[in-house]
Design a protein around this ligand. Structure first.
Ligand SMILES: Cc1ncc(C[n+]2csc(CCOP(=O)(O)OP(=O)(O)O)c2C)c(N)n1
Ligand SMILES: [Mg+2]
Length: 269
């Protein structure tokens, strides 16, 4: 895909997120808008994946550890063709597989997540199994920055380095906000890059809203090597909608009809 097509896809995904959350009156707007460019780079530009064969054993794996960003994942998967976009209209509906946190009932979802702090450990297991069985797929896991306050992540990091998982990439959606406040005020995680380095990771920082930069970094990693990779993606929570960007309450606030219309208007430009 050309860069302008990737950027168009990201904008369409953002519009779907706003419409989906506004219609269902539930979801996590800030978290989902924060991660869109990362998901677009992975699903549309980088991963070996086929929406027609979501269980292909050779597919690259993506785990959304910050499972409350489900709408971002659902809208990305729908736009990529894993399931019809019309299913988004019934998000949170009684019989819909599209629940507030993602589950394996949805094509393209690799793991049930939502309780923070479990995706990274699971990704280590998946990457280790690939390595042990000589398979060449890569495993990508997206965590929140606040989520890294959970101790399980550091156990996962220690294991990833010990087992020399060059086929594993942890991407941090480093938007500096968590549920109700900044990460810094709640419990500091810095110096994050140096922590990952001390655990044995190769660390890259990137503008998490530049699909081009993300693809450049993803394309330059040594997946056959012995060091696991950490990409610290600098992002803005609520990215793309001016009145949501960097505002903590948009973590889980639901837009009024008028706010949703304004957001969609901004995202149409
Ligand atoms: C184990 C656990 N504790 C608490 C929560 C409640 N919770 C949901 S989202 C969130 C904040 C997450 O912040 P961050 O990881 O930075 O993700 P962001 O929304 O900023 O992308 C919290 C505390 C949870 N889902 N799981
Ligand atoms: Mg955050």
């Amino acid at each position: 895909m050309e860069m302008h097509e990737l950027e168009t896809a990201a904008r369409e995904i953002r519009r779907s997120i706003v419409a989906t959350i506004a219609r269902a009156k539930g979801g996590h707007m800030g978290a989902s808008l924060s991660e869109v460019d990362i998901l677009t780079a992975l699903f549309f530009g980088f991963m070996r994946c086929d929406p027609a064969a979501p269980e292909d054993p050779e597919r690259d794996r993506f785990i959304l550890s910050k499972g409350h960003g489900s709408e971002g994942l659902y809208c990305s998967l729908a736009h990529r063709g894993y399931f019809p976009q019309a299913m988004l209209d019934d998000y949170l509906g009684h019989d819909s597989p599209l629940t507030i946190h993602p589950t394996r009932h949805t094509p393209g979802v690799e793991m049930n997540t939502g309780a923070l702090g479990h995706g990274f450990s699971n990704a280590v297991g998946v990457a280790l199994s690939a390595k042990k069985s000589g398979r060449r797929f890569r495993t990508f896991v997206l965590t929140g920055d606040g989520e890294l306050q959970e101790g399980t992540n550091w156990e996962a990091a220690m294991a990833a380095a010990h087992f020399k998982l060059g086929n594993l990439v942890v991407i941090v959606d480093n938007n500096r906000l968590q549920l109700a406040d900044t990460v810094e005020n709640t419990m500091r995680i810095e110096p994050l890059g140096r922590k990952f380095e001390a655990f044995g990771f190769e660390v890259r920082g990137v503008d998490g809203h530049s699909i081009g930069e993300l693809l450049g970094v993803l394309g330059g990693l040594d997946y056959e090597g012995e060091r696991p990779h950490a990409i610290i993606a600098h992002t803005v929570k609520g990215r793309g909608v001016s009145f949501m960007e960097g505002v903590p309450e948009w973590h889980h606030r639901i837009p009024t009809g008028e706010e949703a219309a304004r957001a969609l208007e901004e995202l149409s430009k």
